[in-house]
Design a protein around this ligand. Structure first.
Ligand code: UDP
Ligand code: MG
Length: 311
């Protein structure tokens, strides 16, 4: 069993994967007594898998896991979690936004007794104003709804073997790695880092994908929206009582015909509240539907520990 497993999810990272891996190997060689480096190729369409497979043929510490298609980063992280054998597991991105020099101090903290070492973003590097605003709001909303602290959290983490086993016991398919690690507890410690620029390639996230990721993660962690619509229903009852009293009052005064505006407002208001509520319930039903299908989170195409020059 190696002391440290490093798990790196990659998707179309051919441009910078080689220098990245050699930097990581340099950093890890000096900080861990033994290690394995697991590259999870998340269905890249470029040369990423080929480059890594050539490298792993020469270095037995490298393992390439190829997923059968692009399942998304969460699935790739899960694949790494399932395969890694180390006494500690370190998860990091392949684009230098998670600086490899930090590995040494993360390993130190773990050796000193931390079960989870969270690298937290101090400065977030270049991000579009909207991206920064929305991700900040998402973290705040997620924390206040679920009670699981997310502020500044990133997927750059080192976890002890017992935490890895705890994560494996969470059976849900809609996985949110950052949230799950915060949820399992244990002795957690933070290390601050500045997010650098992406060195090559581009982020695989569009705004649409980020939005559904945010909604998914909230649905995966809290049923608060369901409770909120019950509250909305109660508020709607109060509004409707006021409307009924006003309408009866007008009727008695003989002004009922002028109530047309009230009717329109009432239809619009209660129609929206009903549709919104049904929509929220539908989102949860869809999640239950997805979970009960119990499909695997990812599928592995090829796992190569060594030698595959012939590919
Ligand atoms: N990634 C992945 N699957 C995807 C998208 C991204 O495995 O569908 C990997 C990517 O190669 C990188 C890490 O996840 O190593 C973080 O991705 P990215 O830099 O695109 O995300 P951001 O930094 O914008 O959060
Ligand atoms: Mg990135």
């Amino acid at each position: 069993m190696p002391e440290l497993s490093i798990v790196v999810p990659v998707y179309n990272e051919a441009e910078a994967i080689l220098p990245f891996l050699s930097t990581v190997i340099n950093c890890v060689e000096s900080s861990a007594s033994s290690f394995e480096l697991i590259i999870v190729d998340d269905g890249s369409e470029d040369e990423t898998a080929l480059i890594v497979s050539h490298l792993s043929a020469r270095d037995s510490r490298l393992t390439l896991v190829r997923l059968s298609r692009n399942f998304g980063k969460e699935a790739a992280l899960d694949a790494g979690l399932m395969i890694a054998k180390g006494r500690a597991l370190l998860f990091m991105d392949a684009d230098y936004q998670h600086p490899p020099y930090l590995i040494a101090s993360m390993v130190e903290s773990w050796r000193a007794g931390a079960d989870v070492v969270n690298a937290k973003k101090r400065a977030r590097g270049y991000e579009h104003r909207w991206y920064r605003f929305l991700s900040h709001r998402f973290n705040q909303l997620f924390t206040s709804l679920s009670g699981v602290p997310l502020d500044g959290a990133s997927d750059f983490k080192l976890i002890d073997r017992q935490v890895a086993e705890a994560l494996k016991q969470c059976p849900e398919r809609n996985r949110f790695f950052r949230g799950l690690v915060a949820w399992v507890g244990f002795h957690q410690q933070d290390i601050l880092f500045d997010v650098g620029e992406r060195h090559a390639g581009r982020s695989g996230w569009s705004y649409g994908r980020l939005f559904s990721y945010a909604v998914n993660n909230i649905l995966a962690f809290t049923s608060f929206p369901l409770i909120a619509i019950a509250g909305l229903g109660a508020a709607a009852i109060v509004v409707s009582v006021v409307l009924v009293i006003q309408t009866l009052f007008n009727y008695m005064l003989g002004n009922a015909v002028q109530g047309f505006t009230t009717v329109l407002v009432a239809i619009a208001f209660f129609g929206s509240v009903t549709l919104l509520s049904v929509g929220v319930v539908a989102l949860y039903v869809a999640k239950i539907y997805d979970e009960q299908k119990a499909r695997p989170v990812y599928l592995v195409k090829v796992t190569r520990r060594q030698c595959e020059r012939h590919e």
